[in-house]
Design a protein around this ligand. Structure first.
Ligand code: NDP
Ligand code: 8X3
Length: 253
C-alpha cells in the first residue's frame, strides 16, 4: 500500500521541498496552504514528475472550522496518513516588544501554535490507524534561544518545542513517533513574509553567508522518517555552517 504524507504549508519553501522529496520516494501527498493556485500548480508538477497522487487541500490553518472540514473531506484513497509534517508557519515583523504589532502577534500565535494544534488534533485519529506513524513538527532554532526583536516569533517556536515533547509523551501508547526539526536560516519566502513584501530587505537577511536551502531541510526531515521502527530522532537542529545559534553568524563571505 502506498503511504501518504500530509504536509501543511506546502505552497512554498520547506513544505514544497518536502513535497518533492517524499514524492520522489514514492509517497502519496496531501498538500495544504491558502494559495489555491499554487497548490494546483504543485500538484500538476509533482504528478507529472513522479508516479504518485497528490491531494491539494486549500484552507487557512488558523480557522478551526476550515481545518476540520478539510480533513473530514479527505477521500478514502488518501486517508491512510502515515506521516504528518506540521510545517505551515510564519514570522511577522522584527520589532522590540514595546513596538510590536498586536495583529502580527495574533497571526503568529494563531498560525504557528493554534494552527499546528488544530491540524494535529484532526489528523491524529488517522495516524492511530497505522503502524509506525510519525509527526514531524518544524520548530526553529528561534525556539531554543531568543534573539533581539524575535520575542513573539521565538515564543511560538518554543511552544512548538513544548508541544512536540507533550505529543511524544501522550502518543507513546500508540507507537506514534514525534520529532521536532529545528532549522536555522533557510532562504525561502520566510523573510519576504516577515518583512511584509520588502524584497531588498529580505535578500539582505542572507548577505555575507550561505543560508540553508529548503531542500537541505527536506533531506533532514526525510532522513528522520527512514529510521527503523524501534528508533526515533526526537530533536534535530540544522543550521548553515556559518550560523552557530539563533543570533551568532559569520557573515564574512
Ligand atoms: P515560506 O513562507 O516559504 O512557507 C510558509 C508556508 O506556510 C507556506 O506554504 C504558507 O502557505 C504556509 N502558511 C502560512 N500561514 C498559513 C495559514 N494561515 N494557513 C495555511 N498555511 C499557511 O517559509 P518557510 O518554508 O521558511 O517556513 C516553513 C516553516 O519553517 C515555518 O513554520 C517557519 O517558521 C519554519 N522555519 C523557517 C526557517 C527559515 O529560515 N526559513 C527557519 C526555521 C524554521 P500559504 O501562504 O499558501 O498559506
Ligand atoms: C526562522 C529562523 O533565525 O530567522 O525560524 O528566526 S530565524
Amino acid at each position: 500500500m502506498t503511504k501518504t504524507v500530509l504536509i501543511s504549508g506546502a505552497t512554498s519553501g520547506i513544505g514544497e521541498s518536502c513535497a518533492h522529496k517524499f514524492a520522489a520516494n514514492g509517497f502519496n501527498l496531501i498538500i495544504t496552504g491558502r494559495r489555491n493556485q499554487k497548490l494546483q500548480e504543485i500538484k500538476e508538477t509533482i504528478e507529472k514528475q513522479y508516479k504518485i497522487a497528490v491531494l491539494p487541500l486549500n484552507f487557512n490553518i488558523t480557522k478551526r472550522d476550515e481545518v476540520e472540514l478539510a480533513i473530514a473531506s479527505i477521500p478514502a484513497g488518501f486517508r491512510s496518513v502515515h506521516i504528518l509534517i506540521n510545517n505551515a508557519g510564519l514570522a511577522l515583523g522584527v520589532n522590540p516588544i514595546d513596538k510590536g504589532l498586536l495583529d502580527d502577534w495574533d497571526q503568529m500565535i494563531d498560525t504557528n501554535v493554534k494552527g499546528l494544534l488544530y491540524l494535529s488534533k484532526a489528523v491524529i485519529p488517522m495516524l492511530k490507524e497505522n503502524k509506525n506513524s510519525h509527526i514531524i513538527n518544524i520548530g526553529s532554532i528561534a525556539g531554543k534561544l531568543v534573539y533581539p526583536n524575535g520575542n513573539v516569533y521565538c515564543a511560538t517556536k518554543s511552544a512548538v518545542q513544548s508541544i512536540t515533547e507533550g505529543m511524544r509523551i501522550d502518543l507513546i501508547p500508540y507507537g506514534i513517533k514525534v520529532t521536532q526539526v529545528a532549522p536555522g536560516a533557510a532562504e525561502t519566502e520566510f523573510s519576504l513574509v516577515r518583512l511584509k513584501g520588502d524584497a531588498n530587505a529580505a535578500k539582505r537577511v542572507y548577505d555575507g553567508y550561505q543560508p540553508l536551502t529548503p531542500n537541505d531541510i527536506a533531506d533532514a526531515v526525510y532522513f528522520c522518517t527512514t529510521l527503523p521502527p524501534h528508533a526515533n530522532i526526537n530533536d534535530l537542529v540544522i543550521t548553515p555552517t556559518a550560523q552557530a545559534n539563533a543570533y551568532v553568524y559569520n557573515k564574512s563571505e
